[in-house]
Design a protein around this ligand. Structure first.
Ligand SMILES: [Zn+2]
Ligand SMILES: [Zn+2]
Length: 312
């Protein structure tokens, strides 16, 4: 029987394979559970992975959350990247106490929406979602110069500025996607003024950028990339980041932590990244988890407040 309250799953999209490379599509085993629980503050449960030859996916969002709970990942921020997935994120957050939502148009969506004359309409849709009680962040927004050049960048900046304004209007956190665009991201934030709670998701800077973020009180969210062998500059950044500004995320299904790089990622793999981070900064994983949990609640508020009770 289908659940009449089940959200529309038509937003589900498969992870695109990169470069036609063959990947191991099985989910990694459950890691040892954390003693002190944390949150995954950036995940995309709507992107289906593990699909194809030999794959054991996709996983339903409830399966993701159950696996996460079983290893001490007590909640997630589900992040939308366009109007459709943002609506889905808000809908899931409204009915599921382990989920809060972030809503936005991803910077890679902005140029095409602008070209089609749809950017303002879609921004208005995001502003509407921002008023919902379990939508606690505007993002991911920002700049991505890896895939976009020339006039597309102007659309990204316009969209980024509009998202910053929405975050400020609603007193919400801002989740920043910054790919190969550190200078312009910082210049934009400095020009228009950053919201009080600003998070660099999948922090990709070096120790200098970490110091600059620390000066401005911006949060740095570390993903599985911090465990990669060739990512010493990220570990240097982590070492100089003040503990009260550190967050953790998966950005699942991407960026699976070592030793499972390339396989599907999911919120239940947070313990691998957390233990690796604790080792880098020379602290006990439980101490770090307690700090990160309290940082996360400061940014997004409490998970167990305001879930809408769904009556069957
Ligand atoms: Zn991103
Ligand atoms: Zn993301």
């Amino acid at each position: 029987m289908s659940d009449p309250n089940a959200p529309d799953e038509s937003h589900v999209r498969a992870r695109r394979d990169q470069g036609g490379q063959r990947r191991d599509l099985t989910y990694p085993p459950l890691p040892q559970a954390l003693v002190v629980p944390v949150y995954d503050n950036h995940t995309h449960m709507e992107i289906a992975d593990g699909v194809g030859d030999g794959g054991d996916g996709p996983l339903d969002y409830r399966e993701h959350l159950d696996r996460a709970s079983s290893v001490g990942v007590r909640g997630v921020v589900q992040v939308g990247t366009d109007l459709e997935t943002s609506r889905w994120s808000a809908e899931i957050a409204a009915r599921e106490p382990r989920v809060l939502a972030a809503v936005a148009l991803h910077p890679n969506e902005a140029p095409e929406l602008e070209e089609r004359g749809l950017l303002d309409d879609h921004l208005a849709g995001i502003a509407e979602l921002a008023a919902l009680p379990r939508v606690r962040a505007i993002g991911e927004t920002g700049l991505d110069y890896f895939r976009t050049e020339g006039p597309g960048r102007a659309a990204q900046i316009r969209s980024f500025e509009a998202h910053i304004a929405i975050a400020k209007t609603h007193g919400l956190a801002l989740t920043i996607h910054d790919r190969d665009a550190h200078e312009d991201v910082i210049a934009t934030l400095d020009r228009v003024g950053a919201p009080e709670k600003t998070v660099f998701h999948c922090f990709s800077g070096d120790a200098d950028l970490a110091r600059l973020c620390a000066e401005r009180g911006w949060y740095m969210s570390f993903a599985g990339t911090v465990t990669f062998k060739n990512a010493q500059s990220l570990r240097d950044a982590l070492e100089v980041a003040p503990r009260h500004l550190i967050l953790i995320e998966t950005d699942a299904p991407f960026l699976t932590p070592t030793p499972y790089r390339g396989r599907p990622n999911a919120p239940y793999l947070i313990p691998l990244t957390l233990r690796s981070m604790a080792e880098t900064i020379g602290t006990d994983p439980s101490m770090l988890a307690a700090q990160i949990s309290s940082n996360t609640e400061l940014v997004y508020g409490r998970w167990d407040a305001d879930p809408v009770t769904v009556t069957e």
